[in-house]
Design a binder for this molecule. Structure first.
Ligand code: AMP
Ligand code: MG
Length: 424
């Protein structure tokens, strides 16, 4: 272990409520967060290819957007001072301006210029009157009363101002951001390199797809959910397959994984009573903490560091893998990848459609279906909540997050939900 890297145990144990054998969800999240630092390493990418990437520079406009005052409507540009306050005003059209084609002259007293949306405001004009209210007869233009200075004019810089940063380093780029960067004429941006994540499944009972199932075997589904969840995070993946419950094999793969990845995610082998050599194998290679988290599903979890890679040892049960990934790994990987904003999943409030069984002393992540009932958003359970019932995750569109201290929830009570859509 690198001596300069602070001990994970020392950092984690400073978190309020830290108790590895009964760790509240929030304390586990805080303990992980306290140990993480973003990876180094930048690259330049084309603006078009930067969706979801994490900015590694501030974007500071070198130009105003829009660059010029321009018309927001089709109509006539004129001088508000020329208009009669109470009646109509007749003006003379002296030319026209289109988007991309400016009018080079100056609008003088009693004059106006035909303008189309996006046309640069002709010099001298300070107001646009929409064509629908104007009477035009050749060059004679009659404008009704009630027009105001500045109306239907988009001011230069009203979207983006020269010198005022619009996006900060650490921002994960959205479609709107990319359009905004393009509006500044910037074709390339500096971003963090992609996080490298290695993952594998552990278990003697696992069969790979394509093999017939022998007695007592199950197909390795966790690698498929993990692959999919990691793909949505935009990380670079290394799928290391299935590792048997064998200390040497496990150490081998872990060593290989940690040498080439920023984070290693495994499933299985960390439960209480699990063949201890899996845990020993993990612990021998680095500093690994084995937690019993006060949550359901997903009680056992390992967190640690092997060399410079962070290890997330998730439980084996298919639902527990997903819940612990959503609740701990997702956010941790976003932070490691350089996200500077709050990457935590938002909690929304909904009404319980029926009673939910719950015991105090642990956070439960039940699988729910959020739906609309008139003006209300209600949530109902997907039914069977066993941590092996992966169908519950597939049918759900949200977690129903039942807080640590809470007991049974009655129908009609408010509950918190975390939406799946768009988050992972
Ligand atoms: P473990 O945490 O290794 O004790 O595994 C707990 C349960 O999850 C066992 O019933 C395993 O068969 C199941 N399980 C473990 N790994 C996988 C996997 N990769 N795919 C599907 N089920 C698994
Ligand atoms: Mg196992």
């Amino acid at each position: 272990m690198n001596e300069r890297i602070a001990s994970i145990r020392a950092v984690a144990s400073c978190v309020e409520g830290y108790d590895p054998d009964a760790l509240p969800v929030d304390a586990a999240r805080a303990a992980i967060r306290a140990c993480l630092a973003p990876i180094a390493g930048l690259e330049r990418v084309a603006t078009r290819s930067a969706l979801g990437r994490v900015l590694a520079e501030d974007i500071v406009p070198a130009i105003d957007v829009p660059a010029h005052d321009n018309s927001a409507m089709d109509g006539w540009a004129l001088r508000a001072a020329d208009l009669n306050e109470t009646g109509e005003t007749a003006l003379t059209e002296i030319g026209s301006a289109l988007a991309g084609r400016t009018y080079d002259g100056t609008v003088g007293p009693g004059q106006c210029v035909r303008v189309m949306t996006g046309a640069v405001m002709p010099r001298g004009a300070d107001c646009v009157v929409v064509q629908e209210v104007v009477r035009a007869d050749g060059a004679r233009i009659v404008v009704p009363a009630g027009q105001k200075r500045g109306q239907n004019v988009r001011a230069a810089g009203e979207d983006l101002k020269t010198g005022v940063a619009v996006l900060r380093s650490g921002r994960a780029l959205t479609p709107a951001d990319l359009g905004m960067i393009a509006s500044l004429g910037i074709g390339e941006v500096s971003v963090r390199r992609r996080l490298r994540v290695a993952f594998f499944s552990t278990g003697d009972e696992l069969a790979s797809i394509g093999q017939p199932l022998a007695a007592g075997q199950v197909y390795d589904s966790n690698r498929y959910t993990l692959h999919a969840m990691l793909t949505r995070l935009g990380v670079e993946l290394a799928d290391l397959g299935v590792v048997r419950d064998d200390p040497r094999a496990l150490e081998d793969v872990l060593r290989r994984a940690a040498a080439s990845a920023d984070a290693v995610v495994t499933s299985g082998g960390v439960s209480v009573g699990e063949a201890d050599f899996v845990k020993q194998g993990m612990a021998r290679l680095g500093e690994v903490l084995f937690w019993k988290i006060a949550m359901r599903p997903g009680r056992p979890m390992a967190f640690g560091r092997i060399g410079s890679a962070f290890l997330f040892g998730l439980p084996g049960n298919p639902v527990a893998v997903m819940v612990t990934f959503y609740q701990f790994v997702r956010e941790a990987l976003l932070v490691l990848g350089g996200r500077g904003d709050d990457a935590a999943l938002p909690l929304l409030c909904a009404q319980a459609a029926h009673a939910f069984r719950k015991v105090p002393g642990r956070t439960e992540f039940q699988r729910g279906i959020l739906y609309r009932d008139g003006a209300l958003w209600k949530v109902k359970s997907t039914g069977q909540q066993g941590s092996g019932v992966l169908r519950s995750m597939s049918e759900a569109n949200c977690f129903v997050v039942l807080e640590h201290a809470r007991g049974r929830i009655e129908a009609g009570e408010p509950v918190q939900v975390q939406l799946f859509e768009g988050l992972i």
